[in-house]
Design a protein around this ligand. Structure first.
Ligand SMILES: [Zn+2]
Length: 390
């Protein structure tokens, strides 16, 4: 298939190409942040490199007073898998004949990073003395354990009392066309690993054994049917899902000694994770199970119901693209969960998520230029037209 060669590229696409060429699989950055830092330093940003463990992060700010809008994102990508599964090599970006930019990270989220940098370049050139402050919070560990990435940078900002009023996370939020959906929150995620103990034995002598599968099933059924809450205007009802059940020796004549059940709750702001844990354990207790339960809180729910940022983001999309985006809290967790703990208003706004984490990841090339105009329009809404609170 014929492809467009670099000389024809817009500034946003040229930068996206340079980022995608670096195979920065989590937690590697491979110079992506250097590229961004070089561009931001030229605009007068102060850069703070914040490496933690083997994760590269940086925090950059420009301006001296007023509210701070930060662009947040990650330079790492998920592995490509075998290159032979791709129509085009994953780390050799190209634009195919249907106008799609192809390559690992095109949508998640090197395209957004390029759009942010170019938006800020244009905005700062047009308004060198803008009010407010502009920031960048960039990590190379969003797709991995996410411990030494945004979470660690957020703790650093908390300690240094640096303000972060508004944050736009560049995660791919769009569904059918660019800017149709802005994520203004995410559900919480609570995971559990349940081990129900029984007594192993021969299937022909059940009176000498205690079958943990039989004991667990009514409790699991009750958990699956439980009405946890009704959700609210921003969140769907909390849901409980079993993802794995393991038991048995493989033999057909052995009653297993235990059963392990892995489950996850995606929860709204109508319940707390403590309440979910208590209710789950009360229900297991009521079924008389001998069990052990390990919990992992993957993320608290967060919500930016309204405010200057949501207004500016919705208006920015309308200014740049001519249509009004819907607000949504659907989807998995993101680094927004950490940033929101600073009390910041947080939205996620990026390109289409149709092919993220897949082979042949791609995004409409012109969408990235349009995304850059959207980000610039939001900056203008906040810092030129004065939507932001002083
Ligand atoms: Zn991402």
């Amino acid at each position: 298939m014929p492809t467009i060669e670099p000389p024809a590229l817009s500034p946003t696409l040229a930068l996206a190409f340079e980022l995608i060429r670096r195979p920065s699989v989590t937690p590697d950055d491979l110079g992506c942040q250097d590229l961004m830092i070089e561009r931001l330093e030229a605009l007068g940003f102060r850069i703070e490199r914040l490496p933690f463990g083997d994760v590269e992060n940086f925090w950059a700010t420009r301006g001296h007073h007023g509210p701070l809008l930060a662009f947040a994102g990650h330079t790492d990508v998920v592995p490509s898998g075998p290159h032979t599964h791709w129509d085009f090599p994953p780390f050799e970006p190209c634009i195919d004949e249907s106008g799609m930019l192809r390559g690992r990270g095109a949508a998640d989220m090197k395209g957004s990073l390029a759009a942010m940098v170019i938006a800020v370049e244009r905005f700062v050139t047009a308004h060198p003395d803008h009010h407010g402050r502009i920031g960048f919070l960039i990590t190379s560990d969003e797709e991995g354990p996410a411990i030494d990435g945004t979470r660690a940078v957020v703790e650093h900002l908390r300690e240094t009392h640096d303000r972060l009023d508004y944050c736009i996370v560049g995660e791919p939020s769009s569904t059918d066309r660019l800017g149709d959906v802005i994520k203004n929150g995410r559900r919480g995620s609570l995971g559990g690993v349940l081990r129900v103990r029984g007594i192993q034995g021969h299937v022909a002598y059940p009176h000498l054994a205690r079958n943990p599968v039989h004991q667990a099933l009514p409790a699991l059924d009750a958990l699956a049917r439980e009405h946890w809450d009704a959700g609210n205007a921003f969140f769907p009802a909390t849901s409980f899902q079993i993802s794995n059940i393991r038991s048995g020796t493989g033999a057909t004549n052995v009653i297993p000694g235990d059963v392990e059940v892995v489950f996850n709750l995606r929860f709204s702001t109508e319940v707390t994770h403590e309440q979910l844990m208590q209710r789950t354990e009360a229900l297991l207790d009521a079924h008389g199970l001998d069990y052990h339960l390990d919990w992992t809180l993957n993320g608290e729910p967060f919500l930016t119901a309204e405010g200057e940022l949501v207004e500016a983001a919705v208006s920015g999309v309308e200014d740049a693209l001519g249509h009004r985006p819907a607000l949504s809290t659907a989807g998995g967790t993101s680094d927004g969960r950490f940033i929101a703990t600073l009390g910041s208003q947080v939205v996620e706004l990026g390109p289409s998520n149709a092919t993220i984490h897949q082979v042949n990841e791609r995004v409409r090339a012109t969408d990235l230029d349009d995304l850059s105009r959207v980000y610039q329009a939001i900056l203008a809404r906040l810092f030129v037209n004065g939507t932001a609170r002083p």
